[in-house]
Design a protein around this ligand. Structure first.
Ligand code: IMP
Length: 176
């Protein structure tokens, strides 16, 4: 499959993704028994993963989609990022951030710091994919789906220049 100038081949099938989601959901159902967590899927990439994962969550829970906005700060540090879309109080709540992929973990660090400042009771992460830099840096992802290397992936919510989010499977860029 070709998107723009890049060639992609199938990497993880729709069936493998669904199997992984069933096991991630049962871990969460087990670990959060007796609690009512708030799932925070981070748009845009996690919309498909969140929709499938939440169908398998059987404990009571809330869901609130958030987005990262970038804006130019006044200081020389450049871009600051902040969470937008939070429409309910997260004070004293058990939060589960839903991510499509964690690469360097920088995005996640920012989100977690902001959530901690809101007086949440706990903050954990479920991510469908985790790249090598995140593992090397010891970024805390409590529920990680597939551990991958540094390949660029697309499909199942993930995009390449805005394209390719609509596929039910994951593709990998052909590099040679
Ligand atoms: P991080 O801050 O380096 O962890 O970057 C995480 C974000 O980068 C993800 O939420 C994605 O939006 C994007 N990203 C990282 N790797 C890929 C990839 O292989 N395909 C598509 N998007 C990616």
């Amino acid at each position: 499959m070709k998107i723009k100038q890049l060639e992609f081949t199938e990497f993880i099938s729709a069936e493998q993704i669904q199997d992984k989601i069933h096991s991630l959901a049962s871990e969460i159902n087990h670990d959060y028994k007796g609690k009512t967590p708030v799932f925070l899927p981070v748009l845009n990439g996690s919309f498909m993963f969140a929709a499938d994962l939440l169908k398998d969550i059987s404990i009571p829970c809330r869901v609130s989609f958030v987005k990262i906005s970038s804006y130019e700060g006044m200081s020389s540090t450049g871009q600051l990022k902040t969470l937008i879309g939070l429409d309910e109080s997260l004070f004293n709540q058990d939060i589960i951030i839903v991510e499509d992929i964690v690469d360097t973990g920088l995005t996640l660090q920012k989100i977690i710091a902001e959530l901690n400042s809101l007086g949440t009771r706990s903050v954990e992460v479920v991510s469908l994919l985790r790249k090598k830099p995140a593992r090397e840096k010891g970024v805390k992802v409590k529920f990680a789906g597939f551990d991958i290397e540094n390949e660029f992936v697309l499909g199942y919510g993930l995009d390449y220049d805005g394209l390719g989010r609509n596929y039910r499977q994951l593709f990998q860029a052909v590099t040679d």
